[in-house]
Write a protein that binds this ligand. Sequence first.
Ligand code: EPZ
Length: 424
Amino acid sequence: MDKFVIRGGEPLLGTVRVSGAKNAALPCMAAALLTDQPVTLENIPLVRDIETTRKLLAAMGAEVELGYGRAHHRTTIHAEKVATPEASYELVKTMRASTLVLGPLMARCGRARVSLPGGCAIGQRPIDLHIKGLERLGAKITQDHGYIEATASRLKGAEIVLDKITVTGTEDLLMAATLAEGETILQNAAREPEVADLAALLNKMGAKIEGAGTPTIRVKGVSKLKGAKHRIIPDRIEAGTFLIAGALTGGDLNIAGCEPDHLAAILSKLKETGVKTKVTADCVRVMGDNPLTAADVTTEEYPGFPTDMQAQFMALATQAEGAAVITENIFENRFMHALELVRMGANIKIEGRRAVVRGKSPLSAAAVLASDLRASASLVLAALVADGETIIDRVYHIDRGYEKIEEKLKGVGAQIRRIGNMLP
Ligand code: EPZ
């Protein structure tokens, strides 16, 4: 398993370019199952979850071209036939977002056999709302041997009120509704930009969706969808992660190719922490020459402060004067990074869903363990400002959602290198 070796203390200077959003690319790739024509997606990030999705779609019988090069990060998916509408445990256990194929398979094939994802490091992660919504659309769903077996003659539009705001639940049901008979109304829908990006692709494919990005989404079912070409939005969480890297290291960093409108909650919290930023059309400059002061943060669904930025913000809070109260409202176990930050010298007390971070604490290098995607990012950030050489193990977690992060960081002055596991 690869490790990162990071020597802290270098201010990050220059420009990093943001990749396409993983959490928009995944549902958009699944959407290609809804048509027998080719769908081309541009600005796809070179991350492990995309490769996992390629394998998942290919196993179902779709042809998937995935090309990376200077000119393009592009995939063309042609699901002319879906021979086996299944998602195996082997693949789903490595990426729970595989459940995003449920909706498209039900809409296109009228049947699906998808492994239950099981929990993950950050929480139990049920998909009961995905299932309940599909049943409202007329699917018959049973579970056995760890798999969901779903069948439906043709899905029928319905009004679905989601008990909780769920991002992939909204996306799954949105995709299912595009080919259902009649109109579907999704109430209490997720408003994340990634949902709106998926809806933009689906409408290019001939779907009739209104209200994506708001709590109420209306879908008029159509009989068929066609192929389309679509460019994935920039990754707002990668952008936020680099913003914090620039602030933490006292650097002067341009985050290029981002969508500042998607960063409002993050930029406002950084400002409250004393971080200086300058926003232009598709770039945010962060200047870390100000002293940092502690600010409280509570994670909420979009447009609130994103849970996917909580771990990174905690790393920043360790370097801010005062006590920052961080409340995690979305997942029940998303403080694993705190324990590793404490081993590096941070002063953090966990009380249920709240973590109290008292700074400023000088961090010292240590051997630490990544537990999940965003926890890994938090440890990289801490290592960039820690005294000495930090070794982060299990960086495959970070490879799931950050394209070439060590190259991007090295490009702006970080002392970071990747080492393969030195087998004895
Ligand atoms: C998406 O996960 C993202 N993943 C996550 O990003 C992100 O953290 C999360 O949304 C919240 O923003 C992708 O988009 C691929 P949810 P998702 O359904 O859809 C509960 C990352 O780091 N819930 O919005 O799985 C659930 O337990 C990843 O990139 C149910 O109870 O999250 C949680 O408490 C991590 N029943 C809350 O809702 C359900 O059927 C929000 O979860 C579904 C969800």
